[in-house]
Design a protein around this ligand. Structure first.
Ligand code: ADP
Ligand code: MG
Length: 358
């Protein structure tokens, strides 16, 4: 598999502050690779180094095997789609897309042909003479991408390009953007703080926290097998119970929660007996009014409220013990829960495999 982008021990300091801390990864050709992390964790700084707008303090960046050290942004085989798209409102769609080609002083007939092709690729054929302000948010998005793709970059970098859109359009653009990437086959490196965007669109996701990569994995594995407590808490919704590890082997642990409940669970990397533990249980892992089975941990909770949201309906409750730990529990669609009125008590449980401790 050919590698489009290879980053090794990349470091960026601003004075004494380390914004990007020893990051290494590679992206094979044609992949949709996302970097997911909270605001301020260093995502944009990392992308700006790849694009050449920022000089690394240490480490190397190679694109298609070529070291990028000292190569200015306009000579790198990458393009960057900005959060606010940075389209030129005074120019029509075709002129926006042609911009980079003109700067490269390509011949007018070539420019015309390439622009028409690029607009076709993003399903905007025939939109060339429209003004930018005549376009919908999603169409503007595609113009911004066409403007980059027309330059045939090896890697397209996208810095939270859906950030400025409203929720409904964002949902739609997630699907569109992934379909577009698959169609054109260009390697995408996509930055976002929105875990749902990263999970839905990506072949692989790097979870970034305070300048470091905590885990690089498929969306499924990040969700099912988070490598660190940060990933377990950041990717997908989860509940956290505090406790102490009583026993631990390579795969499983016995955790005693603060309220004295003994819970067998999967053990995250590096869990040792006697240590403080965080127990992670996903909302959809809960079984409501479970039958007693050997590998089940059950507790009684007091209902705060039921949030009806169709397929995503949720029970908000708290543990009926001294800790009063707040819990969010997914309600399966195929049952009715009319008896779960505020103040009522209900047994809920989860299986060993559905709980993970660190
Ligand atoms: P993200 O894109 O994940 O929100 P950034 O890469 O923009 O994060 O910023 C990471 C950290 O680096 C932030 O704390 C930010 O304040 C700091 N930072 C970014 N650029 C500079 C700069 N030019 N000078 C000093 N600090 C900076
Ligand atoms: Mg940013």
């Amino acid at each position: 598999m050919d590698t489009d982008l290879r980053v090794d021990e990349l470091l960026k300091r601003f004075g004494t502050f380390t914004a990007v801390d020893n990051v290494s990864f590679e992206v094979p050709q044609g992949r949709f690779f996302s970097i997911l992390g909270p605001s301020g964790c260093g995502k944009t700084t990392l992308l700006r180094m790849i694009a050449g707008f920022e000089t690394p303090t240490g480490g190397t960046i190679a694109i298609r095997g070529r070291d990028m050290a000292g190569i200015p942004p306009n000579r790198r085989p990458v393009n960057l789609v900005f959060q606010h798209l940075a389209l030129f409102p005074m120019m029509d769609v075709a002129e926006n897309v042609a911009f980079g080609l003109r700067r490269r002083r390509e011949r007018t007939p070539d420019i015309r042909r390439k622009v028409a092709e690029a607009l076709e690729r993003v399903d905007l054929g025939g939109f060339g003479d429209k003004r930018i302000d005549q376009l919908s948010g999603g169409q503007k998005q595609r113009v911004a991408i066409a403007r980059c793709l027309v330059l045939e970059p090896s890697v397209l970098l996208l810095d939270e390009p859906l950030g400025a859109l409203d929720l409904k359009l964002r949902e739609q653009m997630k699907v569109e953007l992934r379909a577009l990437q698959t169609k054109v086959g260009t390697t995408f490196v996509y930055i976002t703080h929105d875990q749902s965007e990263a999970l839905v669109m990506s072949d692989a996701v790097a979870v970034m926290n305070s300048g470091r990569f905590e885990q690089v994995d498929t969306p499924r594995n990040l969700y099912d097998n988070p490598a660190t407590p940060f990933v377990a808490g950041f990717v997908g919704d989860t509940n956290i119970l505090r406790g102490r590890v009583r026993e631990a082997d390579a795969d499983t642990a016995l955790v005693e929660t603060q309220s004295g409940l003994a819970c067998r669970c999967r053990a995250g990397a590096g869990v040792g007996s006697g240590e403080g533990a965080l127990l992670f249980v996903r909302p959809e892992a809960f079984i409501i009014e479970p039958d007693d089975t050997p590998d089940l941990t059950a507790i009684t909770v007091r209902v705060d409220s039921v949030l009806f949201d169709g397929a995503n309906s949720r029970l908000l409750a708290r543990a009926d013990d001294a800790t009063g730990t707040e819990l969010t529990i997914a309600l399966p669609q195929n049952r009715r829960f009319d008896h779960l009125v505020p103040g009522s008590r209900v047994r809920v449980g989860w299986h060993t495999q559905a709980a993970l401790c660190f």
